[in-house]
Design a protein around this ligand. Structure first.
Ligand code: COA
Ligand code: MG
Length: 288
């Protein structure tokens, strides 16, 4: 699976920002037609994305399109404009159920048949940002073989819940935990909430680190300032890699001598720590 440490949004009609994201070599570029685009510019965004997909080389960056919600009445036209140019996948906001995912999937299948593309080549990522989506995570995770990641939408969810967004984000902590847990259960990636104040570097560092510590594999970003710190938070550091490698080496030795649990520097080492160490090495490899 493509490493998605950062998923960067920009309005679909803003060619300058799309080109900027390509130059930054952001992991995933998500060209938006939804909430980042005013109601009277939806058509511009559709055209802008179609042109960008047709004309630009995205290099190492993945190219995704965020369409409008299935219930908005706009999604059909969004898909009609962008699918002929084969983005890597579609990001679906405000889903409420598996049925919403099926609605989009039927249109992806049709586009693949119509253009003679490989079946399943258009991937899906969904935003968990309504109370119903949180409650139905189990069915949503099983809704499509195309599904690669869940995105946690804290700001929309807080609005639905009548909650007040705070920097510590305790008001959405249950949902933030539920998203990462369900993603792990079904082998999906999990992409954490957006830090709206894009000049708050220290706040971003803390929020990104907490997301990574919770098990999230990446974070949504909205500004170039946020890319280096986010990439850093979701890439194991040299010290973490070295520590993981040391544990794995010790495990080979000790388990060869029949020991399942043993001590290293005053800490017990057993299988859970070894699994965590393997995860670190895997993430480091995925990030290149
Ligand atoms: N992607 C790519 N480039 C971006 C960018 C983004 N999301 N946001 C800003 N930039 C670029 C600007 O074009 C500018 O480059 P330039 O000087 O070469 O033109 C540079 O980064 C600095 O931008 P800055 O002036 O600090 O920001 P701004 O006032 O132009 O834009 C926002 C602020 C919030 C409007 C902008 O960051 C943005 O559009 N973010 C994404 C919004 C979005 O998609 N929301 C929906 C998902 S939550
Ligand atoms: Mg949203």
């Amino acid at each position: 699976m493509h490493a998605r440490r950062a998923l960067m949004y920009m309005p679909g009609h803003d060619r300058r920002k799309i080109e900027k994201a390509i130059a930054l070599q952001v992991d995933t570029i998500c060209m938006d037609i939804e909430d980042g685009v005013a109601a009277n510019r939806k058509a511009d965004a559709r055209q802008g994305i179609a042109a960008a997909l047709a004309e630009l080389d995205f290099g190492r960056s993945e190219k995704l399109v965020r369409i409008n919600p299935v219930q908005s009445g706009l999604a059909e036209d969004d898909l009609g404009a962008v699918l002929p140019h084969h983005p890597d996948g579609i990001v679906v906001p405000k889903i409420q159920s598996a049925a919403d995912v099926h609605w989009v999937e039927a249109r992806l299948e049709q586009a693949e048949r119509q253009h003679g593309w490989e079946a399943g080549s258009l991937l899906l990522i969904v935003l968990i940002e309504t109370p119903l989506a949180v409650i139905r995570l189990n069915e949503i995770c099983q809704s499509s073989a195309r599904l690669q990641a869940l995105i946690f939408g804290a700001d929309d969810l807080a609005a639905w819940m009548q909650a007040t967004r705070t920097p510590a984000a305790w008001e959405v902590f249950y949902a933030r935990g539920a998203v990462v847990l369900h993603a792990a259960a079904y082998g999906l990636q999990s992409i954490d909430m957006v830090k709206i104040d894009f000049n708050d570097t220290e706040g971003l560092r803390q929020e990104a680190r907490m997301g990574a510590e919770m098990g999230y594999t990446g974070k949504q970003i909205i500004h170039p300032n946020q890319w280096p710190l986010t990439a850093e938070a979701f890439t194991p550091s040299p010290a973490q890699i070295e520590e993981a490698q040391r544990l794995l080496d010790s495990f080979d030795q000790e388990s060869g001598q029949g020991r399942g649990a043993y001590a290293v520097d005053g800490r017990m080492v057993d299988m859970p720590l070894i699994r965590a160490a393997r995860n670190v090495i895997e993430r480091a490899n995925a990030a290149g």
